[in-house]
Design a binder for this molecule. Structure first.
Ligand SMILES: [Zn+2]
Length: 480
């Protein structure tokens, strides 16, 4: 069966054909690196990983690009609010803070989370802050073509009315959007629908010189500029979470299609949102989970991965700790079988397995592939794997049958990434040297020597130790 996905752009299931035979170029909206990603964010990144693994297994040459949104929107005021200090201290801290340092720290957390969840690394992770020149070039082209306009001292806006197709991706019409946006009045914009390409705000901590004044780029323009740089104007797949569809992806299309020639992304694949216990994640209700929160509760990365990829990506996911607990048992059964077959099948050859087993496993594999090809039906694929695993577990297998069973599990796990994944739990105390660094950091904080305390935190981070300052004092955890 042919590979097919639900394309948000056509609002229908479509057979997937790449623009160039044998090659897939894919862009994934990546993390904003100013906080730990939560499990809803990670689910959308795992959708990208599933696509990538299916493309790889089907033999496509895949180029995967995921952006890092490190243009923070921290201002002097935000920093002051977050620090919870008195006014003078706030200002001192705001001046001393380096947003790049914060971004790099969270970028590291993001990559660790990807590894823990067994996501394959993309080929490029361009940082927005390193592509401002490309964004400026695109904004200049938009102004020149009449699709954008400058407002002195404020920035540059995209002229939405100049792009009649605006709204196609999100299933809106310009008229509907216009009616909805009228409440918001902003004299500086020609129309309330217009969105910022460049913003001027002297309180912003990250600033660049530009022909439109010293300021910083809007979020949407970064994806248009970076996808074009690494994948060309037209590419095959663009992914994100459903909350990216409007306005982010709608704006990306407008910018890219208006600034030059050619199509933009051909297939748009979006992950539905994630709920916890049936409601929106909330820090105050204790239902806000990061990957590290779950690791701290003793779950393994592959168990979390299993839970996040099992429900169909187009179904809203309801995450519960009980569900994760149940999935842990399901994964454990598959892993125990995998280990057993690795032992028993070590000296066997799959091709020499009995005809009955060969046929059965071939059919199971074809069924598994068909599920994945059918709009990434992971739960259907898991059903096939569990059913086959049950039969293998009960069967009297010789080394050849065990080797054939193992080959099937390995084929399925090239997509699932849970059966043969390594443990992500590391249990170790602090070395005396690390203990010393931790204590020195405590003393620096006591003395409100933030620079020194940050330096020591980084020294610990370099050793894989992440410090958390909580209400109950300082805690630490070791990461791989
Ligand atoms: Zn994006």
């Amino acid at each position: 069966m042919a590979l097919r996905f639900y394309n948000t752009l056509s609002h229908s299931l479509e057979e997937f054909t790449p623009g160039q035979a044998g090659e897939v170029r894919m862009y994934n909206c990546g993390p904003t690196v100013y906080s730990d990603p939560h499990i809803g964010n990670m689910r959308s990144f795992l959708l990208a990983d599933l696509l990538r693994r299916v493309f790889d297994q089907r033999g496509f040459r895949t180029t995967q690009v995921m952006n890092i949104t490190d243009v923070g929107h921290l201002t002097v005021d935000d920093v002051a609010d977050a620090a919870g200090e008195d006014k003078l201290e706030k200002m001192a801290r705001a001046e001393g803070i380096d947003p790049y340092e914060i971004a790099r720290r969270y970028e590291e957390v993001f990559f660790e989370n990807l590894d823990i969840l067994g996501a394959r690394r993309a080929h490029e992770y361009p940082r927005a802050t390193e592509h401002v020149a490309e964004m400026i070039t695109m904004i200049e082209a938009l102004i020149e073509k009449g699709h954008a306009y400058q407002v002195d001292g404020v920035g540059v806006y995209f002229r939405v009315r100049s792009f009649p197709e605006y709204g196609r991706l999100s299933g809106n019409t310009l008229e509907d959007l216009d009616a909805g946006a009228r409440i918001e009045v902003d004299d500086r914009k020609e129309s309330p629908l217009d969105f910022a390409l460049w913003k001027i705000d002297e309180k912003h901590l990250m600033q660049w010189d530009s022909p439109f004044g010293r300021g910083f780029p809007g979020w949407h323009i970064e994806c248009s500029a970076m996808s074009e740089k690494y994948l060309g104007r037209t590419f095959d797949v663009h992914t994100g979470g459903e909350d990216n569809i409007f306005p982010h992806h709608e704006c990306e299309r407008a910018q890219s299609l208006c600034s030059g020639d050619g199509e933009f992304a051909r297939f748009w694949v979006h992950a539905r949102h994630l709920l916890v216990d049936g409601a929106k994640m909330s820090k105050s209700k204790g239902s806000f989970f990061t990957i590290n929160d779950l690791l701290a509760r003793g779950f393994e990365g592959y168990e979390i991965r299993y839970t996040l990829i099992s429900p169909h990506y187009r179904q809203p996911m309801n995450f519960t700790l009980d569900g994760l607990e149940g999935d842990r048992k399901a994964v454990a059964r598959l892993r125990a079988l995998g280990e057993r077959l690795r032992g028993e099948g070590a000296s066997g050859a799959p091709a020499s397995a009995s005809a009955e087993w060969r046929e059965r496993l071939e059919a199971a594999q074809a069924q598994f592939d068909a599920c994945l090809d059918d709009d990434l039906n992971v739960s259907g694929g898991l059903g096939v794997v569990h059913e086959t695993a049950k039969a293998l577990g009960r069967g009297e297998l010789g080394p050849d049958e065990a080797a054939a069973g193992l080959a099937f599990l390995e084929h399925a796990d090239a997509i699932l990434g849970v059966i043969f994944a390594e443990s992500s739990q590391v249990e170790e105390g602090l070395s005396p040297e690390e203990q010393e660094l931790l204590e020195a950091r405590g003393a620096a904080r006591e003395a409100r020597d933030w620079a020194r305390s940050d330096e020591l935190r980084d020294a610990l981070l370099a050793r894989g130790i992440v410090i958390k300052d909580g209400a109950d004092g300082v805690t630490w955890e070791r990461r791989r």
